[in-house]
Each structure stands twice: as structure tokens, then as C-alpha cells.
Design a protein around this ligand. Structure first.
Ligand code: PXG
Ligand code: PLP
Length: 444
């Protein structure tokens, strides 16, 4: 520890802050603080440089503290700090919406701004309910999610989500919810490169849920095209197509939650484009502003938006919105970020590096405890055998050891999830997997 770091930690009182999704007592006994960042790297509080293999948290896709984004936010803060979007607005929100619509899957060109992925999910679910009701199909109330789905932490999101840890404390939540089975099939698909071959038929479980609830009661199906938070679970070839086809046949809206798969993560702007399946609504957040200012969005098919634009023109069409919807600083960050993605052709750049990334991921095969390797675009899931009766402990130890060696990874259960900024270069890939291989070789 350097003197600066000791001084910093001595001055800081760690007691008041309740950290999110964190083992608070463990953290406070051994704090890990980040104090600066640039491009591919963080600086830790002890002055060490840390290679960011997770883009913050699936979010800093253009790399850290990029000048055009920093400047846009600073300029905006000094020009117009805040303007409400309720019966008023400011130009930046319109421009951000236009730029977002320009890269969206075809037809999804109406945009509602929120402040996070969780808010985007709750907003999309409410839109689905409202849409059916507007069209005289108000019996459509059931929302269908999926096991091992993560849709943020709002009451709607944890209800349709399928993470037991997020649900068990809070009871049954929304009453009219059901779940599809998850698509992970380690027996048949372990060590697949890219999309696994087996399991498209798991989409047929939707037919069973429709037989149970009746289509006339079902509003929407929400899935992540690639489940991220629960361990990088890829859709089997043909699975999303089949979900789309079943939803169409029964008048059910299909929502893709692209909070982590958006903005070049899987090789195209959105996973909907990577997989060639277009949902009716799409949620995004995180990399929309390169995570520099909180912002999320719901992209909506034009027909759905138009269905709301009926009734008296002076009436509010959708009773929903946040104080900070389309916030000027967030809008400025989104505009600068979307321009940067375009100017540096970052989605294509990420896609071009993906084969090298894939080889690096699968080069770990054969190291101790590895039971599966999964990849798509610039995403990797490295699944470790759990230590009996200590789920998550082995991967968390890998996280601590990588951090000590200067590489930031992320773990969920015993899966290591990687999602670097799209600006990374081959030498960064080599460094990430070099350190990981060494750490995995002598993990307990
Ligand atoms: N949907 C999906 C698919 C997400 O991945 C959210 C919604 C919620 O977004 P907010 O902005 O409300 O956090 C997410 C968030 C992880 C991890 O370790 C992933 C997320 C959040 C925290 C941790 O994989 N994704
Ligand atoms: N709680 C109270 C008392 C409020 O007045 C508001 C908004 O005006 C909210 C919650 C919601 O806050 P936000 O719009 O930031 O989501």
C-alpha cells in the first residue's frame, strides 16, 4: 500500500454506505476502491492499474473517460442542467431518441427514456399491459418470463425474472406471472462455440403455457436474447425464431431485454440483429451512455406507439414517466456515445475481434475445474465446478486473485463472465486470458 492510499482509506468512513449486491462486511474488511479510469484500464486506490475485462459492468463499451463524452456532459451541465419531460422537454432528448432509433432493429423506432435497466423493464411491461387494454384486449394480463432470467430489481423485473436469490425474500410478487424453462443444457451443449445446436424445442414450452393460461389472457413474453447475469446462457440455434413465431400466432408481445446485449456486445448493434429476430419492444440501458450518466430506454414498434396516439388529443396517452426521463446530461452522454460508436465503427470492430476472442476463451479448455466455456461476440462465460456446499466460492476466489494481478473480471455463481470494452486489442485479450489461465491453474 502506498502512503496516498493509506491516507485515503484512513480518511474514508466506510460505515454509512450500504453497498448494492455486495457482501458488505467482507468488502469493508478488505475494500476494493477504484479512483480513476481511462480507455481499457482502471486505477485502483493503491495506485495499481487494473485491466477492465467487464466494461465496468457490461456497460462502458467505448472504453473509459472518452473525451467526446466527457466534453459533451461538461458542456451540457453548464448550459442546461435539468428540464422536465412532463409537458415540456429539451432538444437533446429528441436528438438522442433519433440517433437510437437509427441503429435499432427495423421498425422499433419509437423511444421512451428511463434511468436504468430496471426502469426500462418495468416500463416495457406496463406498456404491454396498457397496449392490450387500449385495443380492447384488457384480459391479457399474464406476463411470461424465464427461469434464470434477470430483469433488474423492480417489482415487475423480479417477478418475471428467474433468479431465486432475487425473489425469495420478497414473496410471490406480481400475481399474473409464469415462466419458461431456461435454455441451458450442459449435457448436450457444453463447450459450444457461439450458439449451441441443441434446445430450440425448449421454446415449445410456451405452447404449454398458452394451453394453460389461454392466449387471450397473456400479454407478453420477456427474455434476454443472451442471459447475462445468470451466467452467459446463449439461445440455442432456432430458439428465438420459434418464440417469435409462437408469439405472433397468439397475439402475444415479445420483449427482448437487451440491457447487456445492446450496443455491439454480440457483434451487431443489438442481439435482435445478431440473431435475426425482431421483438415488439426492446429494453436497453448501460452502454446507451457508455454508463457515464445513468439512462435506459424502451424501443417500441411504431404500431404499438400509434395505438396509444388515439383518444382526445389533450389527454396524456400513457400514465408513466420519471422525473429524470430524458435528463439533459444523460441525453448529451447518449448522443456523444452513439456518435462515438459510429465514428469508430465500434460494433464492427468488436465483431472483427470476436473470432480471436472465441479462440482465447476455448484455449482455457482442459484447465482444472472448468466444466463449460461459452462465448458470443465479446462475451465469455467460464463455468467452474462448484466446491461442494460452497457454491460461488471458487469463482469468487478467482475474482479476488485476478484483481490482485490487475485484471477485473465478474462472477455469478461459479461462472466467470467477461464483457470487455469493444475498443480492446489482441494484446488485452492475451493479457486477460494469460492471467486467467494462471489463476485457474492453481485455484483451490
Ligand atoms: N435487464 C438485464 C438483462 C440486465 O442485465 C437489468 C435489466 C437491470 O439494469 P439496472 O440498470 O437497473 O441494473 C440488467 C442489469 C452482472 C450484473 O453481474 C448485471 C446487471 C446488473 C448488475 C450485475 O451480470 N444487469
Ligand atoms: N416519490 C415521491 C414522493 C415523488 O414526488 C416522486 C416524483 O415526483 C417519486 C417518488 C418518483 O421519483 P422519480 O420520478 O425520480 O422516479
Amino acid at each position: 500500500m502506498g502512503t496516498n492510499e493509506i491516507e485515503l482509506l484512513q480518511q474514508l468512513n466506510l460505515q454509512h454506505l450500504w453497498l448494492p449486491f455486495t457482501a458488505n462486511r467482507q468488502f469493508k474488511a478488505q475494500p476494493r476502491l477504484l479512483v480513476a479510469a481511462r480507455d481499457m484500464h482502471y486505477t485502483a486506490h493503491d495506485g495499481r492499474t487494473i485491466l477492465d475485462a467487464v466494461a465496468g459492468l457490461w456497460a462502458v463499451n467505448a472504453g473509459h473517460c472518452r473525451a467526446p463524452i466527457v466534453e459533451a456532459i461538461s458542456r451540457q451541465a453548464a448550459t442546461l442542467d435539468y428540464a422536465t419531460g412532463f409537458q415540456m422537454h429539451h432538444p437533446g432528448a429528441f436528438l438522442a431518441a433519433e440517433k437510437l432509433a437509427a441503429i435499432a432493429p427495423a421498425g422499433l423506432d419509437r423511444v421512451f427514456f428511463v434511468n436504468s435497466g430496471s426502469e426500462a423493464v418495468d416500463t416495457a411491461l406496463k406498456m404491454a399491459l396498457a397496449y392490450h387494454r387500449l385495443r380492447g384486449e384488457g384480459t391479457r394480463r399474464v406476463l411470461i418470463g424465464r427461469e434464470r432470467g434477470y430483469h433488474g430489481v423492480g417489482f415487475g423485473g423480479i417477478s418475471v425474472g428467474g433468479m431465486p436469490g432475487n425473489r425469495k425474500t420478497f414473496g410471490n410478487l406480481l400475481p399474473l406471472v409464469d415462466h419458461l424453462p431456461h435454455t441451458h443444457d450442459a449435457q448436450r451443449n457444453a463447450f459450444s462455440r457461439g450458439q449451441p445446436q441443441w434446445g430450440a424445442e425448449r421454446a415449445d414450452a410456451l405452447e404449454s403455457l398458452i394451453a394453460l393460461h389461454d392466449a387471450s389472457n397473456i400479454a407478453a413474453v420477456i427474455v434476454e436474447p443472451v442471459a447475462g447475469s445468470t451466467g452467459v446462457l446463449l439461445p440455442p440455434a432456432g430458439y428465438l425464431q420459434r418464440l417469435r413465431e409462437i408469439c405472433d400466432r397468439h397475439g402475444i408481445l415479445l420483449i427482448f431485454d437487451e440491457v447487456i446485449t445492446g450496443f455491439g456486445r454480440t457483434g451487431a448493434a443489438f442481439a435482435a440483429q445478431t440473431f435475426g429476430v425482431t421483438p415488439d419492444l426492446l429494453t436497453c440501458a448501460k452502454a446507451l451512455t457508455n454508463a457515464a450518466v445513468p439512462m435506459g430506454a424502451v424501443l417500441v414498434k411504431r404500431e404499438i406507439f400509434d395505438a396509444f396516439m388515439t383518444g382526445p388529443e389533450s389527454s396524456i396517452e400513457f400514465y408513466h414517466g420519471y422525473t429524470y426521463s430524458g435528463h439533459p446530461l444523460a441525453s448529451a452522454a447518449a448522443i456523444a456515445t452513439l456518435d462515438l460508436f459510429r465514428d469508430e465503427d465500434l460494433f464492427a470492430r468488436g465483431a472483427a475481434l470476436a473470432p480471436y476472442w472465441e479462440d482465447a476463451v476455448h484455449s482455457l479448455r482442459g484447465l482444472p475445474n472448468i466444466i463449460d466455456l461459452r462465448n458470443i461476440g465479446l462475451v465469455a462465460g467460464i463455468e467452474l465446478e462448484s466446491i461442494p456446499s460452497k457454491p460461488g466460492a471458487r469463482a469468487f476466489e478467482a475474482f479476488l486473485r485476478c484483481y490482485r494481478r490487475g485484471v477485473l473480471i465478474r462472477t455469478t455463481g461459479d461462472t466467470i463472465a467477461l464483457s470487455p470494452p469493444l475498443i480492446l486489442e489482441r494484446r488485452h485479450v492475451d493479457e486477460i486470458f494469460g492471467v486467467l489461465a494462471e489463476v485457474l491453474r492453481d485455484l483451490p
